[in-house]
Design a protein around this ligand. Structure first.
Ligand SMILES: Nc1ncnc2c1ncn2[C@@H]1O[C@H](COP(=O)(O)OP(=O)(O)OP(=O)(O)O)[C@@H](O)[C@H]1O
Ligand SMILES: [Mg+2]
Length: 267
């Protein structure tokens, strides 16, 4: 309809076309393209330094690309601010755990809700009845999320005091509190033992179904993704570029994947 600004392109929930990013002389991301269908769980793997985290930074506006396009739900979000990207429905977790230091778990959750629905500054400053009411509602909502993740009993603990596995759960719970449609997980199982890894993978599959999420799951350890067989498809990156894409079965036999990992000395 002419003049209808809400009209959106149909098709994949996320489309990345020809992204490039260099840091000085280093080409961290090279002509990177990817298409993610709604409800899809896509793995993004590649050896250390392949450019995976940089791709997440480019999607979420933490870095601006030198060229290329990121289109989310038909909206061109290339080089938008991280806040705007979050508001449009993309949430992420960080490879290096942060944001949790010296903050109680419940408060880490509540800040996610604040981001979504900021208070009127006056309400906060003067602690109006409206503020008190909404504050209690937020607390209940935060506890609901924590209960779903099996960590409600940790609500008043400091995030930084928790073991690694639980910090990762809080990180994902917090990302979900932003009500995303697309969730970007950057090595969620790194540093976890096999039991914690299995539990977290279960949680990821559960939230995908329960919240109807589309997910990109970054891993440098390809065995985590290959062994679990949880991804609908897997994109393999090496030296900034996509070298191949396929299902778990297809990639297991793919020479290029084995070479990329052997070349990086980690296979
Ligand atoms: N801010 C930056 N400044 C300079 N170089 C950077 C910056 N961020 C990333 N790089 C470089 O870009 C390349 C890609 O890094 P990136 O962190 O995206 O890799 P990765 O695939 O996430 O690796 P890992 O599996 O180790 O997390 C690396 O060579 C890295 O050193
Ligand atoms: Mg990384």
């Amino acid at each position: 309809m002419p003049g209808d600004n809400n009209q959106r392109e149909t098709g994949p929930i996320l489309k990345i076309e020809g992204l490039n990013k260099s840091f000085g002389g280093l080409q961290a991301v090279l002509d990177f393209s990817l298409s993610l269908e709604t409800g899809e769980l896509k793995g993004l793997i590649g050896p250390n330094g392949a450019g995976k985290t940089t791709v997440f930074h480019l999607i979420t506006g933490f870095h601006k690309p030198n060229s290329g396009r990121v289109v989310f739900k038909g909206i061109n979000i290339t080089a938008q601010s991280p806040n705007r990207v979050t508001k449009l429905g993309i949430a992420r977790t960080f490879q290096k755990i942060r944001m949790l230091e010296n903050i109680k778990v419940i408060d880490a959750m509540k800040t996610a809700f604040y981001l979504q629905k900021p208070y009127n500054v006056l309400d906060v400053l003067f602690q109006t009845p409206k503020y008190g009411r909404e504050e209690r509602q937020l607390e209940e909502k935060a506890l609901e999320f924590l209960t779903f993740f099996g960590i409600a009993h940790l609500a008043n603990d400091l995030g930084s005091d928790l073991p690694y596995g639980l910090q990762r759960r809080v990180g994902i719970a917090r990302a979900l509190a932003l009500s995303p449609e697309l969730l970007l997980l950057d090595e969620p199982t790194s540093g976890l033992n096999t039991v914690e890894t299995d539990e977290l993978v279960e949680i990821i599959l559960e939230i995908k179904d329960k919240f109807g999420l589309s997910i990109i799951l970054v891993e440098h350890d390809m065995r985590v993704i290959m062994d679990k067989g949880i991804c609908d498809s897997i994109v393999v990156m090496h030296q900034g570029a996509v070298i191949t894409e396929g299902t778990c079965e297809e990639l297991q036999e793919d020479e290029r994947v084995i070479e990329a990992y052997l070349g990086a000395g980690v296979a």
